[in-house]
Write a protein of this length. Structure first.
Length: 228
């Protein structure tokens, strides 16, 4: 299977222009929602357990740690499937994933202390972690589909004033014709000039009107009104 680095994955998923910590947070969400698997070749002290650790408090209410009560530490070595909790800058000012849970050989492990009784967090430098290329391809498609599903079509997002101006420009091109149309298309520039002349006639500032033709052309195209 072809692998791909975390940085290259951010670029392919179009997250590389986002602040690094935000981009990594997005990846972590996708990993923990089981939409993609993060791999890391590690060897950490851990215990195998099917029961998630529980918070253990002292008598005064202070949190002592996440309690495992396993008592049988192991040192699994090989490709981990990480379940990162966050990303942070390490002592070398490089980004690393923080984690305490991973899957190895189909079994769930928790990083632990020497006695195998409490969780200990570990880190994996993002340079050492990786994805499978086909998984990144699938996530890229999924993110695109989700984005298209969430975002309403441009025509549905248009404000009433934008629609009204586009309809009026179309009407002028159909009825008055002349300068308001060029061939079989609405002449947005002439319509803009007409609006500016009305502004001057009524002593209204033409500020914000000089780019009206560009906006109008976009709205006409979005509403499929440009061609007569």
């Amino acid at each position: 299977m072809q692998t791909i680095s975390v940085q290259a994955s951010l670029e392919q998923l179009k997250l590389s222009n986002t602040p690094k910590h935000q981009a990594l947070a997005t990846l972590i969400d996708e990993i923990n929602n089981n939409n993609i698997t993060l791999y890391y070749n590690g060897q950490h002290r851990a215990v195998q357990d099917n029961t998630p650790p529980e918070e253990h408090f002292l008598s005064d209410g202070e949190l002592k740690g996440l309690f495992l009560a396993n008592g049988n530490p192991e040192y699994p070595s090989g490709a981990y499937k990480l379940k990162p909790t966050a990303s942070r800058l390490d002592q070398h000012n490089q980004y690393a994933f923080s984690f305490y849970e991973f899957i190895f050989d189909g079994k769930t492990y928790y990083c632990c202390d020497e006695d195998g009784m409490y969780v200990e967090f570990a880190t994996a430098n993002i340079e050492d972690a990786y994805f499978i290329q086909s998984d990144v391809d699938n996530l890229k498609k999924s993110l695109s589909q989700r984005s298209n599903h969430v975002q309403a079509p441009r025509a549905a997002q248009l404000q009433g004033v934008e629609k009204a101006l586009a309809l009026l420009a179309r009407e002028y091109a159909e009825v008055k014709q002349g300068k308001f149309r060029t061939g079989n298309k609405v002449n947005a520039r002439s319509f803009k000039d007409h609006i500016i002349s009305l502004a001057k006639k009524h002593s209204i500032s033409d500020a914000h009107l000089k780019s009206l033709d560009d906006k109008l052309n976009k709205t006409l195209n979005d509403l499929d009104l440009k061609e007569l």
